[in-house]
Structure formats: C-alpha cells, structure tokens
Design a protein around this ligand. Structure first.
Ligand SMILES: [Zn+2]
Length: 199
C-alpha cells in the first residue's frame, strides 16, 4: 500500500478503504450528479467504528460542477440556477440585479421550480445563460479561490466561444433579416423555417 489511509474521526490506520466507482452526490443540492472514478474514499474504521465518506478536492469539484452547468446543454433547472447562485456567493437580489430583473422574487420563483426546466425552449434561455457565463468567469475563474486548472480554463474558454458564436450568428441573422423564409422541402413535406433558431 503506497499511502496509509487514516480514519478521519480517530486517526487510526486500522481502516477498510473503499472507492465507490459511481457515487451519487446527493448532498450538493442537485439531482442526478454521479461522481465516477477515484475521487471518493469511504473509510470504515476498525477502531472507532466510524464510517466516513471523503470527497477529494471537493472545492474544485464544486467549481467543475458549476462549469458543467453553465456550459452544458440547454434545459437549465431551478435547482441548477440555485446551485450556481450559491457558487457565485450571491443573494437572490444580487442575481436579479445582474440579470436586469429588478425583482428578487423572479429568481426565487425560478429556484422554486426545482428539477423543472426554467424555459420551454433553448432560445428563451440564451439571455440567462449569457449572464451566468460571465458571472462564472468573474466570480469563479477570476476569484482568488479558483481551483480550476489551465486545462479547465481552456475548456471553459472554448465552450464560451462556441456559445458566443452561436448566439451572435443567431442575433445577426435576426437583426438584419427583414424577411422570413419558410420552406417546403418537397411537395409532401411540412412547412418549416429555413434555419433552426436554437442550434
Ligand atoms: Zn476511527
């Protein structure tokens, strides 16, 4: 054994160590977060009988989880928004201000939606997501408590760049076009808009 694991409660080395390969990370406040691999250590102490779960580098994990939400697929939920606000160490009122929503209640109502999606379509989510991405940069990446590596930062920059590109293309198309193109691919096909608004 390369490294002697000690019981976090009593310090004894008389412990049985277990690395669960798929750990359901329920106490982060989000549904459906699974920690895979070697980041979770469960010690079962032979001396004090204490069973302890340790999440390695949890501060970094919480930031990576935030990054996964802000750069992730559309369909943000109430609990994800709440998670991000807490990661950013903001009150509901402060987040409402950043979003240009004067009312703290708007954020409170969104958060109360829990596991439900905040918006029906990805398009409606763009404004919120853009603000959350810039807050992530300001309050996590540029914070003195940032635990993310240069690799993480490169991934984030890449995801943010893709997002901005997609949105600006979308806005440019919307801004300059005075016409609406609706097309039928064949005589029997349905009518559809010429380009997808959200992908
Ligand atoms: Zn112990």
């Amino acid at each position: 054994m390369a490294l002697k694991t000690r019981c976090p409660a009593c310090g004894s080395t008389n412990v049985r160590v277990e690395n669960p390969r798929d750990y359901h990370y329920g106490h982060c406040g989000l549904t459906g977060v699974h920690l895979l691999g070697m980041g979770v250590v469960i010690t079962d102490c032979g001396a004090c009988k204490e069973k302890t779960t340790t999440i390695l580098q949890e501060a970094q994990l919480l930031q990576v989880l935030g990054m996964a939400i802000v750069t992730g697929k559309p369909g943000m939920t109430g609990e994800q928004l709440r998670y991000l606000r807490k990661l950013f160490e903001m009150t509901q009122g402060e987040l409402a201000d950043s979003l240009g929503k004067g009312r703290r209640e708007t954020v409170a109502e969104w958060e109360a939606m829990g596991r439900k999606r905040l918006f029906k379509t990805p398009y409606e989510e763009i404004g919120l997501r853009a603000v959350l991405m810039s807050l992530f940069a300001a309050r996590v990446l540029e914070s003195e408590f940032c635990c993310l590596s240069s690799q993480h930062k490169a991934e984030y920059a890449n995801a943010a760049g893709t997002f901005v590109e997609r949105v600006s293309t979308l806005l440019a198309e919307r801004g300059t076009s005075k016409s609406i193109e609706i097309r039928r691919q064949s005589r029997r096909a349905d009518w559809s808009t010429a380009h997808c608004l959200t992908c």
